[in-house]
Ligand binder design. Structure first.
Ligand code: 3H9
Length: 703
């Protein structure tokens, strides 16, 4: 037997261990080895039952994602076929699930007649996160086992459930006393089955799940949930597969499932989501700058600035048990900040996401202070004060005096030059950018901005702590706006200019949300605060002084005190979170256009799409060329996780590749000519984009 499978027969049982590191992904080689082993056990008359387990504890993370889009994915024996062969074996098969059974891994367990799990096991059908549906029997076997509604919820959420919930649902028959005892208890279970002459019990033999469901169940489910799916294909295909499970015999249902799976697998959306999956893993691969044992110890954290962002950052640390001081020079702001944190936790308790005890534990880790001197023993200090260079410099000067040697001094700036800030003090090697997104306790993205002077162990330690608090760290070089906000600039600039030229904020936002972006530019600016973007622009005045029309509509709103949602008026009118159109914006835009001699006309949706997105994409390519971004896929992660770009479009760089780099370049050229002086001024293709297109490249990469 090959290394991929551990095979032994002991006391009438065949023990088959899957052994393909790191996650037992079921690629063709493992499928061949698995089927051989199971059919060998089936043919062995000394074997009464089979136990399948993960040789390293983890059962299986499913089909091999790297096989998708290649012939190997459906090469014989393909996963659905292999599992059908397994379920035809006439001896009891027991799946012993260690840490994890996901996707095809859980489908493998479902093809076995009996399942036992370790107490810490997590189970799920996570295909939906890759734009897929379970394609190896999951949509047919699971509803027969646990009912159509529960199966649908599990498949559509892609949620990983724990062993106890899996047992209650009927997925697991038993839970072992401990992970260490899993294999022994699986053996005992298999022996009981032999002793009681238990049948193989494949789900195939079970009735269709539809009997106790109302006739219109699936139709109603669709009506209720479809708006949330936006333009995603996979949830709709899941529903079709469930319909097949309810209506067709197992054999026909499996055929239908495979057809639907192939459709999903070949779709652009799934390709994009697979790209995102691999991009996230790639982003973890920071050049190994320092060995793990040389990381700076981070056991205590301090956050300066008790505003919404500072409070959210503090919560992120308290959430994972790290003590954190929240400091503000203003007593009332500090009280308000601490109160807001408590209210956030109370809400979680109310929603049953947290117990009252957990809330208490987290609050006890938070310590409010008005005094810099209290930060003397913090290992990492993050400033989150207002976006003004002088204010941040003062904070850093104060920190230099009190912080212990080796403490990391991080700034949450989203637009300022961090090297200039670091130069204010004598320990610039300890300074780094740590850009959280609001609400910081919820948003996954953290941009880590390293400067030339930043010590390598500071970068590595900050990446490590970001992972420890469950964030997705993406490294950026130092430059105004890092990756995300630098790309936001041309995106917002074009949106503003289009309104001057004759579009409306509603039209611009509608074009963007029709692509499934979470919100349009103007709703986003209203949410983030027009005063905040004003301050960011203000720090960068010189660079934009040559264009009088540059975001002048926002400047006007700022002057009128219309800061967005928080003042009830920005680009839209607000009552609470309810947004309505404000006719005054059109009048303001007309007036400004007249003053600036900007001709007004009706604007096509395509122009809005191209100008906003292609200018943003162009900036991303420029960032790659400048070395601010390490990889195109990092840029995609920033925009998906920080700016609501739809993951099923794969992020702006992937989207550009799908549209064709030559198309993007030619549209930029088109507007450069069509928009006269304005086009000449702003529509300059990134040199890297031109080089890539000239060389016939279809992927965005350093070149
Ligand atoms: C499916 O099953 C379809 C079927 O229904 C039908 C088929 C016909 N394949 O995330 P990590 C690699 S669709 C290949 O860093 P963690 C991963 O790339 C599949 N490789 O660790 C990484 O490699 P590297 C449904 C995989 O502990 C390494 O393993 N299954 C796969 O944070 C470690 O991963 C899923 O959607 C895979 N399936 O998280 C599960 N999974 O070191 C997707 C992982 O070279 N996987 N790798 O970068 C996950 O959710 C997480 O990776 C997991 C581990 C929870 C397993």
């Amino acid at each position: 037997m090959c290394d991929l499978i551990h095979y032994r027969v002991e006391g009438g049982l065949a023990l088959i261990g899957l052994n393909r590191a790191p996650v037992n992904a079921l690629d063709r080689s493992l499928r061949v080895a698995l089927i051989d082993a199971c059919e060998r056990a089936a043919a062995d008359i000394t074997v009464g039952a089979v136990v399948l387990y993960g040789a390293q504890g983890l059962f299986s993370a499913g089909a091999d994602i790297k096989e998708f889009g290649t012939e190997a994915c459906f090469a014989e024996p393909n996963l659905p076929g292999a599992l059908t062969r397994l379920s035809a074996i006439h001896k009891p098969l027991v799946a012993a699930i260690g840490t994890l059974a996901l996707g095809g891994g859980l489908e493998l367990a479902l093809a076995c007649g009996y399942r036992i799990g370790a107490p810490g096991a997590r189970l799920g059908l996570s295909e939906i996160n890759l734009g897929l549906l379970p394609g190896a029997g999951g949509t047919q076997r699971l509803p027969r086992l646990i009912g159509a509604e529960s199966a649908l919820n599990l498949i559509l959420s892609g949620e990983q459930i724990d062993a106890e919930r899996a047992r209650m649902l009927g997925i697991l028959d038993r839970i072992a006393a401990s992970a260490e005892q899993l294999l022994d208890e699986a053996r005992a279970y298999a022996n009981e089955l032999i002793d009681s002459c238990a049948p193989a019990r494949p789900v195939e033999a079970w009735p269709k799940p539809a009997e106790d469901l109302p006739d219109d169940f699936l139709a109603r489910y669709r009506v209720e949930h479809e708006p949330r799916w936006k333009s995603r294909l996979a949830p709709r295909l899941v529903l079709c597969a469930l319909e097949a499970a309810c209506l067709l015999p197992m054999k026909e249902g499996l055929v239908r499932e495979l057809t639907l799976f192939k459709q999903a697998e070949a779709s652009r959306q799934s390709r994009a989501l697979r790209h995102v999956f691999l991009a996230e893993r790639e982003a973890q691969r920071t050049p190994s700058i320092v060995p793990a044992d040389a990381l700076r110890k981070i056991d205590k954290v301090a956050v300066i600035g008790a505003g919404t962002l500072g409070g959210g950052i503090a919560m992120s640390f308290a959430d994972v048990g790290i003590p954190v001081a929240l400091m503000d020079l203003d007593g009332r702001t500090l009280d308000r900040g601490l109160r807001r944190v408590r209210e956030n936790y109370q809400l979680s308790v109310k929603r049953r996401k947290l117990t009252a005890i957990q809330m208490q534990q987290r609050m006890e880790l938070l310590f409010g202070t008005l005094d810099y001197a209290d930060l003397f023993d913090a290992d990492l200090i993050i400033e989150a004060v207002c976006e003004k260079m002088e204010t941040k410099q003062q904070v850093f000067l104060a920190l230099e005096k009190v912080c212990k040697p080796g403490a990391i001094l991080a700034t949450n700036t989203s637009s300022l030059d961090i090297a200039a800030l670091a130069a204010t003090i004598s320990r610039s090697q300890d300074v780094i950018g740590l850009h959280f997104f609001s609400p910081a306790n919820v948003m996954r993205l953290v941009e880590i901005v390293r400067c030339q002077a930043t010590a390598p162990d500071v970068v590595a330690s900050v990446v490590d702590i970001a992972r420890r608090i469950g964030k997705l760290p993406v490294i950026s070089g130092n430059g105004a706006g890092s990756i995300g906000n630098r790309m936001l600039e041309p995106y917002a600039r074009e949106a503003h200019r289009l309104v001057l030229e004759g579009a409306t904020p509603v039209q611009v936002d509608a074009v963007l949300t029709s692509l499934d972006l979470n919100m349009g530019v103007f709703s986003m600016l209203d949410l983030a605060g027009i005063d905040v973007s004003f301050l960011m622009r203000d720090a960068n005045r010189e660079a934009i002084a040559h264009d009088q029309s540059y975001c002048c509509l926002s400047e006007e709103l700022y002057a009128l005190g219309r800061y967005g949602q928080k003042t009830g008026r920005g680009f839209y009118l607000y009552e609470g979170r309810n947004r309505t159109v404000d006719g005054e914006i059109g009048t303001l835009a007309e007036q400004l256009a007249r003053e600036l001699n900007v001709p007004r006309r009706s604007i096509e949706d395509l122009e809005i799409h191209d100008r906003c997105l292609f200018m943003m994409i162009n900036e991303g390519i420029q960032l790659l060329d400048e070395g601010i971004a390490q990889r195109a896929s990092d840029i995609d992660l920033v925009w998906i996780n920080g700016y609501g770009f739809p993951a099923h479009l794969g992020g702006p760089m992937h989207y550009a590749e799908q549209l064709g780099l030559d198309t993007v370049l030619s549209r930029i050229h088109h507007y450069r000519h069509a928009l006269g002086e304005y086009g000449e001024m702003w529509f300059r293709p990134a040199a890297l984009l031109e080089r890539l297109v000239a060389a016939g490249k279809t992927r965005i990469e350093k070149f």
